[in-house]
Design a binder for this molecule. Structure first.
Ligand code: SAM
Length: 330
């Protein structure tokens, strides 16, 4: 009954990009010139897509973008999503958000009250100047820190802070992030840089790998690995004194495609079955042509059968994705 692809992977995790716009221009993600490239849909359309997909076995919905907090009406949208119930046991779905945190301080409490379960804040330096250089926004660091603290107070817990490491930009932030995790009581997760940027600056040398992160952090304090579930994408570690957790998501050096449970909907209503897909599938067009829920279900089942087995990062046959990260929804 549940949504399963041709490799037997159960698809339970949906990411919806609710806008293609972003208020940051992180150097490893965007060029200075490119703005939004794709439109967005009324929330009622995303809601219908989510409802159909939850009916097919989706249990987690993560809102992303662009920057999702730029979209007016997000709190009401979360409230509507919170009415959906999973197909297997009728529980509420898990509703998560990925944000740069710039607008989070005032929105954390209303989002929590509307039914948001968790938030992940992206943050690539714990030093205000470095943060400004990476994001190309001058006053961001203090705002994001305020957003993180506000989310904590609102009970959006566990709170994760994701940091993409890129050689030459911020690999010296590894230990400061370890300290940050301990001081702020958040889980910091380092993510390997993937070839999904607008500027096409990726090369294998720019990736700061899992082994390197562990070795650098070990110079600060010993780490103890936390046993992980089969489908967990992050390897998790605690510091030896039990204070502070870090995680490493290593799609380049240790791919986890065999456990992938995700599909994505872009802001303009296309389904993507992999970050690295060379094409997408126009769910919005089906809806515009008046498809019934049953027809949408059938379309989605067919699309999921085409989910790629794995990515080919670093291989000779690698073909860049048809969209970059900011236009997909990370
Ligand atoms: N604006 C929101 C945010 O900042 O979290 C959501 C969208 S952003 C594209 C989602 C995540 O993708 C961020 O954590 C960002 O650092 C990450 N990201 C962007 N480009 C990436 C790349 N080439 N490789 C790995 N992660 C990347």
């Amino acid at each position: 009954m549940f949504l399963t692809d041709q490799f037997g992977r159960r698809i339970s995790d949906l990411r919806i990009s609710i806008t293609d716009r972003c208020n940051y221009r992180c150097v490893y993600c965007r060029t200075e010139n490119e703005g939004a490239l794709y439109g967005d849909l009324p929330f009622t359309d995303y809601l219908r897509m989510a409802r159909v997909l939850v009916g097919m076995g989706i249990t987690k919905v993560r809102l992303t973008g662009g920057e999702p907090l730029l979209r007016n009406g997000i709190v009401d949208f979360v409230r509507e999503l919170n009415q959906l119930r999973t197909a297997d046991n009728g529980d509420a779905i898990d509703i998560a958000l990925t944000t740069n945190g710039h607008l989070l301080a005032d929105l954390a409490r209303p989002l929590k009250d509307a039914g948001l379960t968790r938030v992940t804040v992206s943050m690539d330096a714990v030093d205000p100047e470095r943060f400004a250089r990476i994001t190309r926004v001058s006053n961001g660091y203090d705002r994001v820190l305020a957003g993180i603290r506000s989310a904590r107070r609102a009970g959006l817990w566990p709170l994760k802070v994701n940091c993409v490491l890129m050689r030459g930009f911020n690999e010296d932030q590894i230990i400061p992030f370890g300290m940050f995790a301990r001081e702020e009581g958040v889980t910091v997760r380092f993510i390997e840089f993937m070839p999904l940027e607008e500027g096409r600056t990726w090369s294998p040398d720019t990736v700061v790998t899992l082994e390197e992160i562990l070795s650098r952090m070990g110079e600060y304090r010993p780490l103890v690995e936390i046993p992980r579930g089969r489908s967990e994408t992050a390897r998790r570690y605690r510091f030896d004194d039990g204070v502070g957790e870090i995680g490493i998501i290593a799609p380049v050096s240790h791919p986890f495609c065999g456990h992938c449970s995700r599909i994505r909907i872009t802001s303009d209503g296309k389904i993507r079955t992999c970050l690295f897909s060379a094409w997408d599938h126009d769910l919005n067009a089906k809806m515009r042509r008046g498809a019934s829920d049953e027809e949408l279900t059938e379309f989605i089942r067919g699309v999921v059968q085409q989910k790629e087995e794995r990515h080919h990062i670093g291989e000779a046959d690698f073909v860049p994705a048809s969209r970059t990260m900011v236009h997909i929804g990370g």
